[in-house]
Design a protein around this ligand. Structure first.
Ligand code: ZN
Length: 145
């Protein structure tokens, strides 16, 4: 039996007592019976809300699990993507070794390091990229002074 049905049943029992409607106690019983019915309805509504929220949380959990799977599974795919991006940026920076004339494709990491080793002949190639920038900055500050 639902809570609201029980409340209605209790209300019916009280009404069935055929108490004196002028009696103060009768009024108390009626108020209590009405209160029970209202509370039963409120609880029913809350239960429905709770079910809705649970469904939503389940949905969010499933979505989140999907995202987690995507992140973990595709962490390899993600690296692949990064590698692709890397190889694209590798293609963007190329330097020709003065020793063996072999063109080397650089990653941005190599550029920031400023020095690379020629993969063909092992010659150390100083890109002078970072140093030049520092020198320029020094020159400018000296010029200002
Ligand atoms: Zn070389």
């Amino acid at each position: 039996m639902q809570l609201s049905e029980k409340a209605a049943y209790v209300k019916g029992l009280i009404e069935g007592l055929e108490l004196d409607p002028k009696d103060k106690q009768t009024r108390v019983f009626k108020v209590i019976a009405d209160l029970l019915c209202e509370m039963a309805e409120e609880i029913k509504d809350l239960g429905q809300c709770y079910d809705d929220v649970c469904d939503q949380v389940d949905g969010i959990s499933e979505d989140l699990a999907g995202v987690e799977d995507m992140l973990s599974d595709d962490s390899f795919g993600g690296v692949c993507y990064d590698n692709d991006a890397m190889s694209h940026s590798d293609m963007a920076y190329e330097v020709t070794c003065p020793s063996c004339n072999e063109t080397t494709y650089l990653s941005e990491n190599s550029l920031t390091e400023g020095v690379i080793k020629c993969p063909n002949c092992g010659e150390i190639l100083e890109l002078g990229y970072a140093d030049d920038e520092l020198d320029d900055a020094d020159d400018e500050s000296e010029a200002e002074e």
